[in-house]
Write a protein that binds this ligand. Structure first.
Ligand code: ADP
Length: 479
């Protein structure tokens, strides 16, 4: 089975969030099941240079205004195809925008090019290579099914995975003529969306199968509250929608070998976490005492409930919590959290920015992680937390609901609890959840049991990779 995956991020080459972790780890798990994944990614600055055994495999004389080529090669165990198109991707800043966070004006062109390149590869652009399946991740890859359907090639089965329905790639109708698609593509059955062009909408409409990253999110997005305008379409395509929970790369995230920790540990040597906590206290300027440390590793946005955190932080501190925040995002939320840190010196520490190494140390040192997301397609930080003995305190939504076992009385007495869940997602419920976590923490036997249960949970890709394999097999005609 040969799969062409298409994505705008892949760990460790380029990452802004969970998408990259998934596209970086799933191919490795699929390989063990006999599925060969090649992943097409944009040629952001420095990407091609990181490839081993690199080779130009094909070229375009003209792709959305410039010359482009497909460079094949390997990195981090992944088989990559890089769309080297300097006029689209060789820019300073982030993958999606400039250094100040403004999206590039021509993102539609950049990611239409990515989808088109994927469709061309599916149609035989690279001599000697044809995939059996095309697997597009999120809106940036979502034009691939449209180019495959309307591009005049022999059709290929396509899978569209939604990592977050909030990011849809919606653009004005005026871009349509430049996409190079026939008029038929601009219909309700194609990429037309509320009078404009919808990249993700097109992918959801045209792909043979749709997946999203947890069963609960798959059912939530059928309703207007979580469907973000696409719930009607999702309901119509219900029969091809699958919820497959994400796993994590258990080699990158292994507390026994993790080089970012001050001390490595396993479930049996969990006491060594104390050294990581001490390193965290130092880094975040927290008092050294016995109060539990709650960490937050997150984009600082409304989705992640960071306004609820900022609004309740005084109460949480008053209840005895110490809080360490690593994140970046909305400036007003960054400001509110920094202000809380200066109000509560020694009790609240905030580091603004993106720091992979520090995120590992926090998972290995904090007592608990707080995830008050309003919606969460899967969420990865709770999975890292489980593996690192850091107890997740989470909103009961999406993948958080599917992966954390709430410490209610029954679960505690059966010793199966791994964390705390709360709903609704509001200030009162968050405060109650933290109060509950502090009480559980005070009972060392219960807390140790929760940590151990979490560390035993299977958060690897194994089971989910099996489900993707079954899905691929169901789409490829026999013989
Ligand atoms: P999302 O993709 O919606 O941001 P996920 O929980 O699925 O949320 O994935 C977030 C990923 O990004 C995790 O790997 C998390 O550790 C990482 N992350 C988020 N913010 C930071 C940060 N400020 N520094 C380091 N890693 C971060």
């Amino acid at each position: 089975m040969r799969v062409l995956a298409i994505a705008s991020e892949v760990f460790p080459l380029v990452k802004t969030g969970g998408l990259a972790d998934v596209t970086g780890a799933l191919p490795l798990a699929l390989r063990d099941l006999g599925v060969a994944v090649r992943t097409l990614i944009p040629g952001y600055p420095g990407i091609v240079a990181q490839l081993k055994k690199r080779k130009v495999l094909a070229g375009f004389d003209l792709l959305f205004g410039g010359k482009a080529s497909i460079v094949g090669g390997q990195a981090a165990g992944l088989d990559l195809l890089v769309l080297d198109a300097p006029h689209l991707f060789d820019r300073k800043g982030g993958p999606y925008g400039d250094a100040t966070g403004n999206d590039w004006d021509d993102n539609w062109r950049r990611y239409a090019a990515l989808g088109k390149a994927g469709a061309e590869i599916a149609g035989g652009l690279i001599p000697g290579y044809t995939p059996d399946i095309v697997h597009a991740h999120d809106w940036q890859a979502a034009m691939a099914p449209a180019y495959i359907r309307f591009g005049g090639h022999r059709p290929k089965p396509t899978v569209m995975t939604v990592h977050n329905l909030a990011f849809q790639g919606q653009f004005p109708m005026s871009i349509f003529p430049e996409l190079g698609l026939p008029a038929a593509a601009l219909s309700l059955d194609g990429i037309e969306y509320y009078g404009g062009v919808g990249f993700l909408k097109g992918g959801l409409q045209l792909a043979d199968a749709i997946t999203t990253v947890s069963p609960t999110y798959a059912s939530e997005i059928r309703a207007p509250e979580f469907g973000m305008g696409l719930d009607g379409l999702i309901r119509v395509r219900d029969n091809v929608l699958h919820g497959i929970v994400n796993g994590i790369d258990v080699d990158v995230w292994n507390p026994e070998t993790d080089g970012h920790l001050a001390a490595n540990f396993s479930a049996r040597t969990i006491g060594a976490r104390a050294r990581n906590r001490a390193a965290m206290e130092e880094r975040f300027g927290l008092d050294r005492d016995a109060a539990p440390v709650f960490c937050i590793i997150s984009r600082l946005t409304w989705q992640k409930g960071m306004d609820i955190l900022a609004g309740t932080i005084d109460d949480l501190v008053a209840m005895g919590a110490r809080i360490a925040v690593l994140g970046s995002g909305d400036q007003s939320l960054e400001g509110a959290l920094l202000a809380a840190a200066s109000r509560h010196r020694g009790r609240v520490g905030v580091v603004i920015g993106y720091n992979e190494a520090l995120s590992h140390l926090m998972q290995g040192g904090a007592d608990a992680i707080l995830i008050p997301s309003r919606f969460e397609p899967c969420g990865l930080t709770q999975l890292y937390a489980l593996r690192y003995g850091c107890v997740p305190v989470v909103a009961r939504t999406g993948g958080l609901a599917d992966t954390v076992i709430d410490a209610n009385e029954a679960a505690v007495s059966a010793r199966v609890a791994t964390g705390v869940q709360f709903s609704p997602v509001d200030a009162d419920a968050l405060i109650r959840a933290v109060r509950r976590a502090i009480a559980l923490y005070a009972d060392r036997r219960i807390w140790a049991s929760m940590q151990k249960q979490g560390m035993k949970a299977d958060v690897s890709w194994q089971k989910s990779a099996q489900r993707y394999t079954e899905l691929y097999n169901s789409l490829v005609p026999a013989g």
